[in-house]
Ligand binder design. Structure first.
Ligand code: PRP
Ligand code: MN
Ligand code: MG
Length: 179
């Protein structure tokens, strides 16, 4: 698997350090608010699991599965809800946990859905940000790393469902998806 990586951008230790910093901020910000922390499947599953372990206040978790990339390296622009939340959102402080913001389409769609369901507040936490990919205006409230304009995999992020289990984030060799 590592053979397919052209360049490691951040290794497991660097990621863990950043995740803890984000967890500390969320603990402070949401103390006494019992936030509903939503993992955006599948990509955010590793970040979610590491992040909530660094948050030391009461919270609830839920999962939503959406997809817009499918088997491609480019977004289809159409966001599909594959699995919806179990919990009602009305009146809750929502924290969306996302692995990466690229075009911004997935998240702007999701924020819209949650606001229409009358969330009390919606806060966006993204571990990675690729600002060069933006198609709609969208910023995370809290973010980890800003990434260059390259197709990255690992730490939950896939290419055609592979590489999610790499503990690091790296640039995929173009020959892998160009063939
Ligand atoms: C990826 C990633 C984000 C989204 C970001 O998900 O995990 O959710 O794309 O891209 P955007 O800002 O251009 O919308 P994907 O659709 O590949 O589904 P997955 O999480 O199941 O891999
Ligand atoms: Mn995703
Ligand atoms: Mg994907």
């Amino acid at each position: 698997m590592l053979n397919d990586i052209q360049e490691v951008l951040y290794d497991a230790d660097q990621i863990q350090q950043k995740v803890s910093e984000l967890g500390a901020i969320i603990s402070r910000e949401f103390e006494g608010r019992n936030p509903l922390v939503i993992c955006v499947l599948k990509g955010a599953f590793i970040f979610m699991s590491d992040l909530v372990k660094t948050i030391d206040i009461p919270l609830e978790i839920d999962f939503m599965a959406v997809s817009s990339y499918g088997q491609s390296t480019k977004t289809s622009g159409v966001v599909k809800i594959i699995k919806d939340l179990d919990s009602p959102v009305q009146g809750r402080d929502i924290v969306i946990v996302e692995d990466i913001i690229d075009s911004g389409l997935t998240l702007s769609y999701l924020i819209d859905v949650l606001e229409r369901r009358n969330a009390k507040s919606v806060t966006l936490v993204a571990l990675f940000d690729k600002p060069t990919g933006r198609k709609v205006e969208l910023e995370a409230d809290y973010k980890g790393f800003v990434l260059p304009d390259a197709f990255v995999v690992g730490y939950g992020l896939d290419y055609a469902e592979k590489y999610r289990n790499l503990p690091l984030i790296g640039i995929l060799k173009p020959e892998i998806y160009e063939k």
